[in-house]
Design a protein around this ligand. Structure first.
Ligand code: NAI
Length: 338
């Protein structure tokens, strides 16, 4: 049996993980709580833990997991900023992830946010349900002919760029590892970051969170954005300096902001806090702007993505238990590899 504790497991996670592991040796224990040093004891008799974006596998947590006999941290997501990989390597723990499940799901959500924000769909929908059929305040702009800036042209950034090209937008891109071949094929132009930020009416972030990309959208970048430009972030909250964003929004310079991720989302996003008192004043302030649209880290949430996440996670767990080296694209730290 591969005893595996899945932390922060929502009903849709449980359903898809169970489906994908039918007939395998995996024995699940599903936990509502997130993984941290304080909750690691839930994995005391497990070989593996299965975690998501807001679990906290820092050194203290990993040391405890190691003491409890855990050998494998299986992320059921792409981003791995929540795991101390250096500590995992030192402790001889394997760490795997699901590098790509449906980049389409995430890119399509970025575009859904852009369209909804620009054409003010949530406001319009609320109005008509209140029998207010006025159009005042609902003016958007044509995307056709405008410039979009894509920061990060990996799997998701490329698909987002391609969809926006389909709208007839000019697309500028920035990536330290550009793919000229892809850009030429899709009519995308690489530019330096400052030019991209200064020329874009739509700016969409598609980089992982690393020390280099932390607060990549800072006060100076926000000041360089075109007046009326919109900013979309479906990647990681800490790519944006939230306080600087709030200040920029207060000046009225930005056209709007759509966020699927938020710097301090841990403990808030994915949870039903209705009826509770929101303690995060920055999030509360963001929610007061009429030109801010927020979803709760749901860009990945399609049937196809959940099925693929579960399939790859189950394969990783099985591979780990059999002591076989992991596929290079899923392994972040491979303690099975000689
Ligand atoms: P990827 O690894 O395919 O692409 C990332 C790209 O960012 C690479 O081309 C890389 O060269 C580039 N990059 C790295 N540092 C950069 C920098 N300083 N400036 C500009 N570009 C830089 O990753 P993928 O699959 O496209 O995912 C991107 C991010 O999306 C993930 O790291 C994750 O944080 C986020 N994500 C969000 C989801 C959601 O549900 N909201 C779901 C899945 C991923």
């Amino acid at each position: 049996m591969i005893r595996t504790v899945a932390f922060d497991a929502k009903p849709y996670d449980r359903e898809h993980l169970q489906q994908a592991s039918a007939g395998s040796d995996i024995e699940w224990r599903f936990m509502d709580c997130r993984l941290s040093a304080d909750t690691a004891a839930a994995a005391s008799d497990a070989q593996a833990v299965c975690i998501f974006v807001n679990d906290h596998a820092d050194r203290a947590c990993l040391e405890r997991l190691k003491e409890y006999g855990v050998k494998h941290i299986a992320l059921r997501c792409a981003g791995f900023n929540g795991v101390d990989l250096v500590a995992a390597k030192e402790l001889g723990l394997s760490v795997t992830r699901v590098p790509a499940y449906s980049p389409y799901a995430v890119a399509e959500h970025a575009v859904a946010l852009l369209l909804a924000l620009n054409r003010k769909i949530p406001r319009a929908n609320n109005r008509v349900h209140d029998l207010n059929f006025s159009l005042t305040g609902l003016v958007g702009f044509d995307l056709h002919g405008k410039t979009a800036g894509i920061i990060g042209t990996g799997k998701i950034g490329r698909i987002t760029a391609q969809i926006l090209r389909g709208f007839g937008m000019r697309v500028l891109a920035y990536d330290p590892y550009p793919s000229e071949e892809w850009a030429t094929q899709h009519g995308v132009e690489y530019a330096d970051r400052d030019t991209l930020v200064a020329e874009s009416e739509v700016l969409s972030l598609h980089t992982p969170l690393t020390p280099e990309t932390h607060h990549i959208i800072c006060r100076e970048m926000l000041a360089r954005m075109k007046p009326g430009a919109v900013l979309i972030n479906v990647s990681r909250g800490a790519l944006i300096d939230t306080r600087a964003l709030i200040d920029a929004l207060k000046t009225g310079r930005l056209g709007g902001v759509a966020l699927d991720v938020y710097e301090e989302e841990e403990g808030v996003f994915f949870e039903d806090l209705s009826g509770k008192i929101l303690q995060d004043d920055d999030l509360a302030r963001l929610l007061t702007f009429p030109n801010v649209l927020i979803t709760s880290h749901q860009a990945f949430l399609t049937k196809e993505a959940l099925a693929e996440i579960s399939r790859v996670t189950v394969a990783n767990l099985t591979q780990g238990a059999e002591g076989l080296p992991f596929l290079p694209e899923t392994a972040l730290v491979d303690a099975n590899s000689p």
